[in-house]
Design a protein around this ligand. Structure first.
Ligand SMILES: [Zn+2]
Ligand SMILES: [Zn+2]
Length: 962
């Protein structure tokens, strides 16, 4: 079919028969075309030298597979890059990857079957890191094809990796500057710690993981005094596993205690705690808390070595019984008390979260899951009073979901609290989308920030460039490979730099590097300058692009990347990290639960792309909720977007394409007629487009991706339902007024061009397919439509809205009067005068009335029936059936047909009078009687059986109405 006449529209490079192309198929062809033609480069090239629009590609972590939430942030970033480019800015986008840190290490551990960190050192750090690097390279390939598939344009020639020598050296430079400013220090602190990953977590990482409710075993114990084991203290402990780390028992020196006889033993406790003892309790004496301080006791578990004494110490909060176990290596309050009183720490866990050899039966066991063992041991010693199992929310590791503990150790910090006042000030002066973040979540976080623990005892990361003298303890911070005597561009990873020792200038002994690597968020916070290798290379590019106009991240990043960028930008440059930031909501599944790999409810974007197309998913992200709200994603809702917006738009184009080919439409030869001289309907759709363009563009300039996308949905519905329905009539009947057809072709041509240009930043594939087919040029090399105001006619839009409401009302009246849809009404009478003639015609068609009168004071229909009207109703029914049949046998709108039909004599004689109408409306050249033995489709018109057969007419046949 098709091609009966020469095409005047550009010969299409994407498809032969647009009607048969699926959206995903179309996208793949365009993607190939863009690569072949270098469309992205061309779009940048035409803006070189123009003012810059700066939005960094905040690099994804190069591991695993891209997930749907990556599409959310990328859809928003790509929208603004594309929009700004079309609107005249130079918007370069450098591809990059976050390549360091635990995510990669864990993936390699899994692959190698490593369960404890010590195995990595057995395996060899060099080989382990080499494997991490290989994994990064593999993931990068997957990320690139994912980006291409979603139409996310990035410059790969100038890509950066956070594990490249020049990026890492830039990070070293930053550490060195902070060090020189006195912002980097070492301290022994209790830090959140993941025993599984064997690493400290910074406060923002702890926030990322969130919390999970899990069972906690709190317990009350009976502890014997050393000099009189028959006297026992009723104590409480926060968590049973901390017992091997206990260093002392706290007692309230200000309180009065009771000594009681209970079950044949003497128990000391607070008077309020007597109720905790069941059975008869006999008071013996009152004791002053002061007398209970510095008593030596026998720790129950495990048995202590002979050289250490365990004493009670004064505390302010002695718990419910009056005696509380202090485990200073794991509990901040206990830590503070013990440090104040000079009590030695007892560390029961090694860095892998396993109990050490001094922990009795627990030796070698992992910290979580030992409660039963501890309970059994305490029971054996008759030291257990009661276990209080409760469920408590406790923070979990953001990577492996293991409950975190607190662990005292030496860490390196950036004094982020020093900058708190300035950070709050910067936050006040910047724009947040959604705006409530500024005074809410972000301010709250900044107002309570703590110093940033930047050291991690791991392997695949930027080594902390600090060397310490093994003689005098002098500390030196290094900023470059050259400073270490290495060639520029040398690999700065462990173990290479670990092998470099320096001579101490203070005492001539050797300085060695501390084994730690940097928090991976430190890498991320250095992005603005490290991506260009600042300050060694391209410092002008950094100056031009910093601070950027916009940052787009998930809302978690108020405590992650947004925060660390802010700290580093302020500490190094005294500037904010960005002018404005968009923080996107979480992606939830259809049931409203956060999508996570462990739950298995993550929607694979590749699947969505294959089924509905990337444009559908992009459009879904723009339109579903305002920026900052959670996205509740499901196949159904993406399908709805494709069905209600993208497909209808494409179908309008397909229809236009077919009609334009048939009509020899030649855009180069036909000058646009003056807008004013076109029919109202044409002026109306152009006005609608202009109005939407104006309001959408204003919102795009305010970075409101959601608001800017919304008005297009009703516009496309108006276009595909109302406009095109009326428009088609010009080409089917022969009653069309002269000039209506060219005006219609020209208007739809212009309208589709405009819509594809306006929507190009949102849905880059579909719009380019349409645009290229209309004019042969990529839409992405166009300027964003501007100055459409002349097309706007608010009065006409109001008139059309009133007219549509009137038609709907009249149709309600006709169905209330029981008149079938295809049965013409005798007349419809409109109340308001003043509709132009071409709009009155629309009413006639929409309401299916023979006459439209403007006279009455109210809307009225005249539903009287005449034989002629009834016959026309049958004729219209038959037309509808023939059209369905034409479609069924695969005829295009331009194909002429021959119709054969047979029915009862009543119908046949009535239809004879409408022969011309039937031929005209169905683009048929002949209407013949069907022989009794021929195959045909059977239908029923007003209770009478009708047999219809449709064939394609010869190519040179000229249908009625052509
Ligand atoms: Zn972990
Ligand atoms: Zn020294």
């Amino acid at each position: 079919m098709g091609g009966t006449r020469p095409r005047r529209l550009p010969r299409n490079v994407i498809f032969e028969t647009p009607g048969s192309v699926s959206l995903p198929e179309l996208e793949q062809r365009l993607q190939e075309l863009w690569t072949k033609e270098g469309t992205f480069d061309a779009s940048l090239a035409r803006r070189r030298g123009r003012p810059r629009f700066n939005l960094y590609e905040a690099p994804p972590t190069a591991n695993g597979s891209p997930a749907t939430h990556h599409v959310a942030a990328r859809a928003v970033k790509d929208l603004f890059w594309r929009y700004k480019t079309m609107a005249g800015w130079y918007a370069p986008r450098r591809a990059g990857w976050d390549t360091h840190g635990l995510p990669i290490e864990l993936a390699v551990e899994r692959e190698m079957g490593i369960t404890a960190r010590s195995q990595i050192e057995d395996f060899g750090i060099e080989a382990f890191n080499r494997r991490c690097r290989e994994l990064v390279d593999q993931s990068i390939a997957a990320w690139k094809s994912f980006s291409d598939r979603m139409g996310y344009w990035l410059d790969y020639r100038d890509r950066f990796l956070t594990c490249s020598p020049w990026y890492m050296e830039s990070v070293w430079w930053a550490v060195r500057r902070l060090f020189d400013q006195g912002d980097v220090y070492r301290a022994f602190r209790l830090e959140p710690y993941c025993p599984r990953c064997a690493t400290t977590l910074s406060s923002h990482e702890l926030e990322l993981g969130g919390e999970r409710r899990r069972p906690i075993a709190r317990a009350r114990l009976l502890i014997s005094l050393k000099n009189d084991p028959s006297v026992r203290l009723l104590t409480s402990i926060r968590e049973l596993w901390m017992l091997p780390a206990e260093a002392a028992i706290g007692v309230d020196a200000q309180a009065t205690y009771l000594k009681v006889r209970w079950r044949g033993q003497v128990v000391v406790l607070l008077p309020d705690a007597v109720r905790l003892l069941d059975g008869p309790v006999e008071p013996v004496a009152r004791l002053s808390g002061a007398d209970l301080v510095h008593l030596e006791y026998l720790p129950p578990f495990p048995e202590p070595s002979a050289d250490r004494r365990f004493l009670t110490v004064a505390v302010r909060q002695p718990g419910e019984t009056g005696f509380v176990h202090l485990a200073p290596a794991h509990d901040q309050e206990a830590f503070d008390v013990c440090r104040e009183q000079g009590i030695e720490l007892r560390r029961a866990l090694d860095s892998n979260g396993r109990f050490g050899p001094d922990s009795g039966d627990l030796a070698g066991r992992f910290v979580h899951g030992v409660n039963e063992l501890v309970v059994a041991e305490l029971k054996r010693q008759h030291s257990l009073h009661s276990v209080l199992a409760e469920r408590k929310a406790s923070p979990i590791c953001w990577r492996c979901e293991t409950p975190t503990i607190r662990l005292g150790q030496d860490s390196w910090f950036v004094s982020a609290t020093k900058y708190r006042g300035r950070l709050l000030e910067l936050n006040r002066g910047m724009e947040w989308i959604p705006s409530h973040l500024r005074e809410g979540r972000m301010r709250e976080w900044l107002a309570h920030n703590v110093d940033w623990a930047i050291s991690r005892s791991r392997y695949w990361g930027t080594p902390l460039p600090i060397w310490i003298c093994e003689g005098c303890g002098a500390v030196r911070c290094v900023e470059s490979a050259v400073e270490l005597g290495l060639a520029p561009g040398s690999d700065l990873h462990r173990p290479h730099v670990d092998r470099v020792s320096l001579a101490c200038t203070a005492c001539d002994r050797t300085m060695r590097r501390i084994p730690d690597v940097l928090d991976v968020w430190f890498d991320a916070g250095c992005l603005p300058f490290a991506q260009t290798g600042y300050p060694t290379a391209r410092s002008d590019e950094f100056q031009e692009s910093f601070p950027p106009d916009l940052m787009v991240e998930g809302v978690d990043q108020t405590r992650g990347g947004f925060y660390t960028s802010m700290v580093i930008s302020e500490a190094l440059f005294g500037k904010n990290f960005t002018r404005r930031a968009i923080a996107l909501g979480h992606v939830l599944d259809g049931a409203g639960r956060k999508a996570s790999k462990s739950r298995g409810n993550v929607l694979d974007p590749a699947l969505v792309f294959d089924r509905f197309g990337a444009d559908s998913l992009r459009w879904w992200f723009y339109t579903s909720v305002p920026l900052g709200r959670s996205y509740q994603i499901s196949f159904d809702s993406i399908d709805a977007v494709a069905r209600k917006v993208l497909r209808p738009l494409w179908n309008v184009f397909v229809l236009f394409d077919a009609q334009a080919s048939w009509s020899d439409f030649e855009p180069r030869l036909w000058p646009p007629s003056l807008v004013e001289s076109r029919p109202c309907l044409d002026r109306w759709i152009l006005s609608r487009i202009a109005g939407v363009a104006r309001s959408s563009r204003k919102l795009l300039d305010e970075y409101d991706a959601h608001g800017a996308s919304l008005p297009y949905q009703p516009l496309i519905t108006d276009l595909s339902n109302w406009y095109v329905r009326q428009w088609r009539r010009r080409f089917t009947g022969s009653q069309s007024r002269p000039g209506d057809r060219p005006a219609g072709l020209w208007t739809l041509y212009e309208g589709l061009l405009l819509i594809s240009q306006l929507l190009a930043p949102f849905i880059p594939f579909l719009t380019d397919a349409i645009h290229r087919s209309l004019c042969g040029r990529s839409v992405h090399l166009c300027d964003y439509p501007d100055a459409l105001d002349a097309l706007q006619d608010p009065g006409l839009e109001e008139t059309m809205a009133g007219l549509r409401a009137t038609c709907e009302e009249a149709n309600r009246m006709r169905s209330a009067a029981g008149v079938r849809q295809r049965q013409p009404l005798f007349a419809v009478t409109l109340p308001a005068p003043g509709y132009p003639a071409d709009l009155l015609e629309i009413v006639g068609h929409e309401v299916n009335a023979r006459r439209v009168e403007v006279a009455g004071s109210a809307l009225m229909i005249d539903s009287r029936s005449t034989p002629d009207l009834v016959a026309e109703g049958w004729a219209r029914e038959l037309i509808w059936q023939i059209q369905a049949e034409r479609k069924r046998v695969g005829l295009g709108i331009q194909d002429a047909s021959i119709v054969l039909y047979r029915s009862g004599s009543r119908l046949e004689s009535a239809l004879a009078g409408f022969r011309e109408l039937i031929l005209d409306e169905t683009r048929s050249v002949q209407l013949l009687r069907l022989a009794g033995d021929e195959d045909a489709t059977t239908c029923s018109i007003d209770g009478e059986t009708v047999h219809i057969s449709v064939r394609q007419a010869a190519r040179d046949a000229v249908p009625a109405g052509a």
